[in-house]
Design a protein around this ligand. Sequence first.
Ligand code: NAD
Ligand code: MG
Length: 393
Amino acid sequence: MQNLTVLGSTGSIGGSTLDVVARHPDKFRIVALTAHRQLDLLFRQCIQFNPRYAVLLDEVAAVQLSKMLRDAASSTEVLCGVDALEQVCVLPEVDTVMAAIVGAAGLRPTLAAAKAGKKILLANKETLVMAGNVFMDAVRASGSALLPIDSEHNAIFQAMPRGYDGDMAANGIKRILLTASGGPFRNTPLAELQAVTPDQACAHPNWVMGRKISVDSASMMNKGLEVIEAHWLFNASADDIQVVIHPQSVIHSLVEYVDGSVIAQLGNPDMRTPIAYGLAYPERIDSGVGALDLFKVATLDFVAPDYERFPCLSLAYQALRAAGTAPAVLNAANEIAVAAFLDKRIPFLSIPRVIAAVLDALPVSTVCCLDDVLSADAAARHAAQLQIQQLSK
Ligand code: NAD
Ligand code: MG
């Protein structure tokens, strides 16, 4: 029996995780579920999975949930606040932590899980983007098993030699080919991008996801964050990672070897596949995902990315090459800019403008510990807010 904490259980990845877990009651048990403030959904999840703990960030919602659970004769204990997120990651009875909080808020609990040596199913790519070296050092020091859940990184993990040790050359690996759908605006005329709405940006052609990552996919910042994520997971340099636009989202990424072999992982675009892979690794279990019908897919297309249309992708490569605090600054500026776009305070095309201005304004420094990351994150958020105020004047 594997005992799980699901961080961000009310989100898109959290829901898919619970869907897979529910198919295998003999294999997985839920110890803790966490959410920001989605009270009703978390209540229903508690009734279905009977966790020992439920965590809400919002205090008022936590009191309410506690009452609802008592009235339903549930024994789940409700905790509240950021510290409680860390607490449910390091419990001795927890084997595995699904890190599926969105954004920088996921960093501290995911890092706590790494320090405690838990098996980590990593969906929260922002952890690696912000604090790649701090997090990877913690994983190595504690001996945590780290399984990438992001579909592309899960595909790369599957296409790499078992037990890959971070040495691409010694393993005969030439390049990582990171696929991207190109998002909803792949073919939208540039002139029309200025006026696109949050709902248009969130209408992804192939994947159903949370709103922040959906906007990231539309700007291609998601792929930029994933380049940085791949750098840390596989010890690959910026030059070793090639983004390939593949609109069908059937090939989830590829690994090219020196002998000319290219190994890919294919499947329907459904996150339950990488989640089931991570949960059961090294075994395979049913995920609920239907068989891939190659005759229906029929055609697979590949196009080089257009860096002019998608400046966020170049900004991410730039931040990866600058190293140190630059990726944390990129991530923070992006979170602020995306939130402003979702609130209709800035137009879509201002997202890369805000990020570029913040990267230009803040000097890059080295990252030795978590505090270095958190102060760069705070400075970048502040600088991004100032940029947005100037833009809206
Ligand atoms: P989502 O918005 O659907 O869900 C986010 C979850 O985090 C919710 O449970 C929410 O309650 C919780 N949360 C939000 N803010 C919080 C805060 N400040 N403190 C604590 N909890 C908070 O997001 P998602 O699409 O499920 O994405 C989750 C993570 O997985 C992101 O890092 C995303 O990049 C990554 N990811 C998602 C997908 C996908 O298909 N959705 C694919 C690959 C990677
Ligand atoms: Mg992805």
